[in-house]
Design a protein around this ligand. Structure first.
Ligand code: PEP
Length: 251
């Protein structure tokens, strides 16, 4: 049985509170009538979470944060904890995005601590993995992604509340998309790796999103691949009509 697709819009460091509220209203208006029951959510910046939560109330969309810390509270200036995100109305959090890894020095070990804490506090986690251009050119995509999956899930007892996102770094925000065959190959490897860790049944039930320049024009082909279960959408999620078209492709 095909898994239920999940599509999430990662708004990154964009939009004021008011702009976020306007975008979520536009998204709801665009996908409203044709909403098919695939799982859909948006991930605004921290300061826009509470307002966006209000705008999403009584809608089927989930609210995600883009990051969280691995402690509940304390002397961690500038950080936000899983507990705070839950209280602000989030059900999901994105962890290990390549921008966090590359620009903010998040190691596999830090990512693992965050995954562990977020799950423990009751958030659902979207864990991102993916290779850089040099790693792909060097023929080590499989090694890198397998390492990130194993390390990210280290010590995690179960994956019922977890979604993986395969996001080749060279395809994020660049306009370059992995071909559906390239993406499928890595998704199948991720599922195999998860099967080795948690067994075949758990791996079969795991949703694995693809992320990296997904657009209305390429979404359907990507989502049709057997191991691709929706998308994590950056740039295109800032346009309500484009995001809605991608959601429809996941129906
Ligand atoms: C992302 O940031 O997760 C992403 C996939 O971005 P884009 O769709 O813009 O490549």
């Amino acid at each position: 049985m095909k898994r239920r697709n999940i599509v999430a819009g990662n708004w990154k460091m964009n939009l004021t509170v008011a702009e976020s509220r306007d975008l979520v209203s536009a998204v709801l208006a665009e996908i409203g009538a044709g909403f098919c029951g695939c799982e859909v959510g948006v991930a605004p910046n921290f300061v826009a979470l509470a307002e966006t939560a209000g705008a999403l109330e009584s809608s089927p969309l989930f609210l995600a944060a883009q990051n969280c810390h691995f402690e509940n509270d304390g002397a961690y200036t500038g950080e936000v904890s899983a507990r705070m995100l839950l209280a602000a109305g989030c059900s999901h959090v994105i962890i290990g995005h390549s921008e966090r890894r590359q620009l903010f020095g998040e190691t596999d070990a830090v990512v693992n601590r965050k995954v562990s804490k977020a799950l423990q506090e009751g958030l659902k986690v979207i864990l991102c993995v993916g290779e850089t251009f040099d790693e792909r050119e060097g023929g080590i995509t499989g090694d890198v992604v397998t390492r990130q999956v194993r390390a990210g899930l280290g010590g995690i007892a179960g994956i019922a509340d977890l979604v993986l996102a395969y996001e080749p770094v060279w395809a994020i925000g660049t306009g370059k998309t992995a071909t559906s065959e390239q993406a499928q190959e890595v998704h199948a490897l991720i599922r195999k790796t998860v099967g080795e860790l948690y067994g075949a049944e758990a791996a079969e039930g795991l949703r694995i999103q693809y992320g990296g320049s997904v657009k209305p024009s390429n979404a359907a082909e990507l989502f049709a691949m057997p191991d691709i279960d929706g998308g994590l959408i950056g740039g295109a999620s800032l346009n309500a009509a484009d995001f809605a078209a991608i959601v429809r492709a996941a129906c």
